[in-house]
Design a protein around this ligand. Structure first.
Ligand code: ZN
Length: 167
């Protein structure tokens, strides 16, 4: 997260943080010293990140995104019964149970770049057609232009297990 610290001679008695155009803007009293300020900023950033993650865990928004990706990469032909965020899926980025039409996306994906999150959704949607990681499956996935980059990102994150199937 990018951070900008603004020290203010006026008013300011406390340290505050808010997001401005994707940058975390910290306002601090002019006289506060670095050693005192550092842990306060770290704590504020942690709280902001948690808040952002919470706000992005919206199942309705996830459903809308999946519908959009369905239109774009599967001609709108796919159907599923539910897609939702789950918090207890630590290693897997997502999972799909094709027989039930249920898809789960790890809450960890709420804080990755949008192209990675989209990839995970497209991956799970493709399992509705092809449950195995077969050549046919990867052919479906290759319609999504950033598949390779997204897989690299997930691997670096230690979540290369987009690999998922639940019987
Ligand atoms: Zn998979």
């Amino acid at each position: 997260m990018d951070v900008r610290v603004i020290r203010s001679k006026a008013r300011q008695k406390t340290v505050s943080a808010r997001m401005v155009d994707g940058v975390c803007e910290i306002r601090a009293p002019y006289a506060i010293d670095e050693a005192e300020l550092k842990p306060i900023i770290e704590n504020l950033i942690r709280r902001l990140q948690k808040k952002q993650a919470r706000e992005s865990l919206d199942d309705n928004a996830l459903e809308r995104r999946a519908q959009w990706l369905n239109e774009r990469y599967f001609d709108g032909k796919l159907q599923w019964s539910s897609i939702r965020w789950v918090a207890n899926q630590r290693k897997r980025a997502g999972s799909c149970t094709p027989a039930l039409g249920t898809i789960r996306i790890s809450s960890r994906m709420a804080t990755v770049p949008a192209f990675v999150r989209d990839y995970v959704i497209v991956h799970e949607l493709a399992h509705l057609i092809e449950p195995q990681h077969s050549p046919r499956f990867w052919k479906l996935l290759n319609k999504y232009p950033r598949t390779e980059r997204a897989r690299g990102y997930l691997m670096a994150l230690g979540a290369e297990d987009v690999e998922d199937l639940e019987e």
